[in-house]
Design a protein around this ligand. Structure first.
Ligand code: PA5
Length: 448
């Protein structure tokens, strides 16, 4: 069985192996809190055993629902934000053809589009215009069922779908994923009679990609959710016990040792643009889990070699408070060989006959050496290929690493109290009922 690998050798110039090993007990204790549910936020640990607990019947139900949407739609809009958006987006982008957006919409192989992840008027206008002559379906996702961004998008698209095909037909093309009992979306779904899936109480948004939240849109995009979950199961087993071969624990200890040595920013690096949104998912996972109590590594990301021509200067020569975690993909899905050109006016014949990936890998290796020489510790994650099973491993590896790392940092990795502040101000500014006092206070402050 091939699995993802983690190599920390190129971090050891900046932080000693002893410093990482000094965290062995903290790492083992943190892992025990995750496995046994004895730490802060332990009511949100449903993701730990989730891959192994997902039954074939549950996966088949998700797949059958996805197949129904695929059969009946040219486009399916997944509505959600944060943890109810990024996991599906990350996996679909990683597994899809890069030029997916430019292929015509077709029944049986719908485009998966996203909404509710922003409040841009132009985005929603252009999405509605695109859908105006399409047979489309909706997957509306909100654990709380009350989040403003997806609620606005759903109100608009529901009305559009009903206008295009009638209320009864629209009901058959809408699937809601939400809490089992609470929230406006649950109530609406019950009243309308939508097909629904439940987000378990004990799985937080950013840990929910392996629930219907992520799995349904991924299946609608035509990807193999059984293989994705199988990969996560493999990593669930591989990271269940403490020790040097637990790569989630090693990752958590190494990044905490680096943080203590002054490396306050972690950059997730890819050399394949298909992983751009994977980094967005990872940023949320680590940012929302660890950035609290005035602590936490700031998670950033670059897409190379593109960003070697923009952020490369800063990474090579800027303030030495960063380290990088590179995701390298061993096997490419396709082969492109650089041709010979007799005139050789571009001077490229020295690489003629080589695969483009060989050049990319040399850019990656050259950058790693330069960065290590320049004082940027490098952690390397090797992915055998961009396939469902390895992405499942990678997702679970990072989730487990995040829980362990947060506990080593001594924060509650499973809450996000800071996210409420902007909402309170926004509701006050919009004069939401129930926010009268806040509205008065914020208006007085702005009118000073
Ligand atoms: O990780 C989280 O909890 C958040 O990012 C949520 O997923 C996000 O705020 C969306 O919440 P909800 O699914 O309740 O609409």
């Amino acid at each position: 069985m091939k699995t993802i690998q983690l190599n920390i050798d190129n971090a050891l110039q900046s932080v000693s192996l002893e410093a990482i090993k000094a965290l062995d007990k903290a790492g083992a204790d943190a892992l025990a809190k995750v496995q046994e549910g004895t730490g802060a936020g332990n009511d949100f640990l449903g993701w730990v055993e989730l891959p192994g607990e997902l039954t074939t019947a549950e996966l088949d139900d998700i797949k059958a629902t996805a197949d129904g949407l695929r059969r009946d739609c040219e486009a399916v809009v997944a509505i959600g934000i944060g943890g109810s958006y990024l996991g599906a987006k990350a996996v679909i982008e990683a597994l899809s053809d890069t030029f997916e957006a430019s292929r015509p919409a077709e029944m049986g192989n719908p485009k998966v589009l996203f909404a509710g992840q922003n409040i841009s008027e132009d985005y929603l206008y252009e999405l509605q215009r695109y859908l105006s002559d399409k047979k489309f379906g909706i997957i509306v996702i909100s654990k709380s069922g009350t989040t403003t961004e997806p609620a606005i998008a759903f109100r608009l698209l529901k009305a559009q779908l009903e206008a295009q095909i009638g209320v009864e037909e629209a009901r058959k093309r809408i699937v809601a994923i939400t809490d089992a009992r609470r929230g406006a979306l649950r109530q609406l779904a019950t009243e309308e009679g939508y097909k629904t899936f439940v987000i378990a109480d004990n799985v937080g948004g950013r840990f929910s990609v392996l629930t219907p939240v992520g799995l349904l849109p991924i299946a609608v995009a035509g990807h193999d959710i059984h293989a994705l979950v199988e990969g996560a199961r493999q990593m669930q087993q591989a990271t269940a016990t403490a020790g040097a071969d637990n790569i989630s624990q090693l990752y958590a200890q190494t990044r905490n040792a680096l943080y203590r040595a002054g490396k306050k920013v972690e950059i997730l690096v890819n050399y394949n643009p298909k992983l751009h949104y994977f980094a967005e998912w990872w940023k949320q996972l680590y940012g929302e889990s660890e950035g609290k109590d005035k602590k936490g590594i700031f998670p950033a990301a670059v897409d190379n070699s593109t960003d070697l021509h923009s952020m490369g200067q800063w990474i090579q020569d800027g303030e030495r408070t960063i380290f990088e975690t590179v995701i390298t993909v061993v096997e490419q899905a396709h082969e492109v060989v650089i041709p010979t050109d007799e005139a050789n006016l571009d001077g490229l014949n020295y690489i003629a006959g080589k695969r483009v990936d060989e050049v990319n890998k040399m850019a990656e290796l050259g950058t790693r050496i330069a960065h290590v020489d320049g004082g940027v510790p490098n952690l390397l994650i090797t992915l055998p290929a961009l396939k469902e099973v390895y992405l499942g491993q990678l997702i679970y590896f990072f989730e487990k690493g995040c829980g362990i790392s947060g506990y080593i940092l001594d924060v509650n990795p499973f809450n996000q109290p800071g996210v409420e502040d902007y909402k309170r101000n926004m509701f006050a500014l919009l004069a939401k009922p129930g926010y009268e006092k806040e509205t008065e206070a914020i208006r007085a402050r702005l009118n000073k």
